[in-house]
Design a protein around this ligand. Structure first.
Ligand SMILES: Nc1nc2c(ncn2[C@@H]2O[C@H](COP(=O)(O)OP(=O)(O)OP(=O)(O)O)[C@@H](O)[C@H]2O)c(=O)[nH]1
Ligand SMILES: [Mg+2]
Length: 400
């Protein structure tokens, strides 16, 4: 165990050696001075030992504060009888900020998207025909989709006259991506006069609908809103239980259904309960899988109709949840759901687990639909409102 000595300890320590020297000198009759009284030589030794002992940590006699080990807070002072062997308390690291989580979440997409473009510029620093061709091919090969790849490429080509080196070209790409994404930045705002605000959550199975509902409910509860969730995914009993668990966890009211129940009647019951119980927000889960895609879309359309009939104007938000790990398929999914339902907002989940998150740029470019949230992890606060600037900054951040 290491101990921390104070400056006075060092002085006392020094004195102990002075007395030790006096003891030796007195024993050998070589004292450099003569004292008016005769002090026994042994007194010098006693003083030397006493002073030395004072500095040495001895449990019960002279307790000392141990130097804290790195990463641990000292729980106990040497010399005190331990009540029980308590494990040292780990020092809590500050929780990562939202931007740090975003940066971490987008690191794989940075590698799968931005690094591939940077590699083109690493091979040559002169922006010539050859480099532009290589850039065009690389952009088309990323997850943003061909149409968006050409939109970005054309922006670079158009400005080629003023782009003289790699970093200027990279900046032009960043600029264009920022412009595309900024156009889709529109956070989900709940107007006070719309009560209950109805959010219908859609998306294919496994895209993250149920957990996104929990995260949104958690957010809204933290903002002081009262939330009710309806389990409109009646396709599996487990889906209902999973949602009930989340509602319970985040403190939201819950409208339960049973397996095989008509989803539109669950949504209707949810809306009725939201109105009669005075909730601010109703969030409706929906199934992601049915025997055929046609069936799924027809069922969702029916739910939408039933809600609108009960409370004209609702659902206020039809949120499409997309899984970033599926890459370009997300573009096609957006098209299908949008054609059937008229999507009003997008949430892209699992960006933290995907290198294909660049697809969000493609979706932003091809559809005039706001991107509301992005998912960068499984914790409740890992669903972040989409902010284009923060997103681009994290996306282009080279951590190596
Ligand atoms: N890493 C990570 N995992 C996520 C994120 N969002 C959702 N998930 C996980 O994705 C899995 C599927 O999520 P669900 O919410 O059950 O998906 P769903 O769309 O409701 O699925 P079905 O009910 O089967 O249609 C779960 O294990 C979630 O924890 C995210 O942003 N990051
Ligand atoms: Mg689900």
């Amino acid at each position: 165990m290491n101990y921390r000595f104070s400056p006075s300890d060092y002085i006392i320590y020094l004195f102990s050696y002075v007395f030790f020297y006096l003891f030796i000198a007195d024993t050998l009759n070589t004292l450099p001075f003569t004292l008016p009284v005769d002090i026994p030589s042994l007194s010098y030794l006693v003083a030397a030992v006493a002073l030395n002992a004072w500095v040495i940590p001895i449990p019960g006699i002279h307790p000392r504060t141990p130097v804290p080990l790195e990463g641990y807070v000292p729980e106990q002072i040497v010399g005190e009888e331990p009540k029980e062997k308590a494990a040292p308390t780990p020092v809590k690291k500050p929780a990562p900020s939202a931007q740090e989580k975003l940066e971490r979440g987008l690191s794989k997409t940075h590698k799968g998207f931005i690094d591939r473009i940077s590699a083109v510029f690493r091979r040559s620093d002169t922006v010539d025909e050859h480099l532009l061709t290589e850039l065009e091919e690389t952009l088309v090969g990323t997850d943003i989709g061909v149409r968006t790849a050409y939109a970005i490429f054309e922006h670079v080509q158009k400005n080629a006259g003023s782009i003289h080196d790699a970093s200027a070209a990279m900046n032009a790409i960043k600029e264009e991506i920022t412009t595309i994404l900024q156009g889709r930045e529109a956070p989900l705002n709940l107007p006070a006069e719309t009560k209950p605000y109805v959010i219908m959550v859609t998306g294919v199975n496994g895209s993250g609908k149920t957990t996104t509902i929990a995260k949104i409910a958690y957010r809204l509860k933290n903002e002081g809103k009262s939330v009710i969730i309806a389990s409109g995914d009646t396709f599996r009993a487990a889906a209902i239980e999973q949602l009930e668990h989340w509602a319970d966890k985040v403190g939201a009211d819950f409208i339960k259904s049973h397996e095989g129940a008509d989803p539109s009647s669950v949504a209707f019951d949810g809306l009725q309960a939201a109105i009669s119980r005075g909730h601010d927000v109703l969030i409706i889960d929906t199934a992601g899988r049915l025997h055929t895609k046609e069936n799924l879309m027809e069922e969702l359309k029916k739910t939408k109709r039933v809600l609108d009939k009960k409370l004209p104007g609702s659902p206020n938000e039809i949120l499409l949840v997309l899984d970033a790990t599926i890459g370009q398929n997300a573009i096609e999914q957006t098209r299908q759901f949008n054609n059937a339902l008229g999507i009003t907002g997008i949430t892209m989940t699992k960006l933290d687990g995907s290198s294909k998150g660049g697809v969000i740029v493609g979706i932003a470019n091809e559809f005039d639909i706001p991107i509301r949230f992005i998912g960068v992890g499984e914790d409740m606060d890992d669903l972040q409102p989409f902010r284009a600037q923060d997103f681009v900054q994290a996306l282009f951040l080279d951590k190596e």
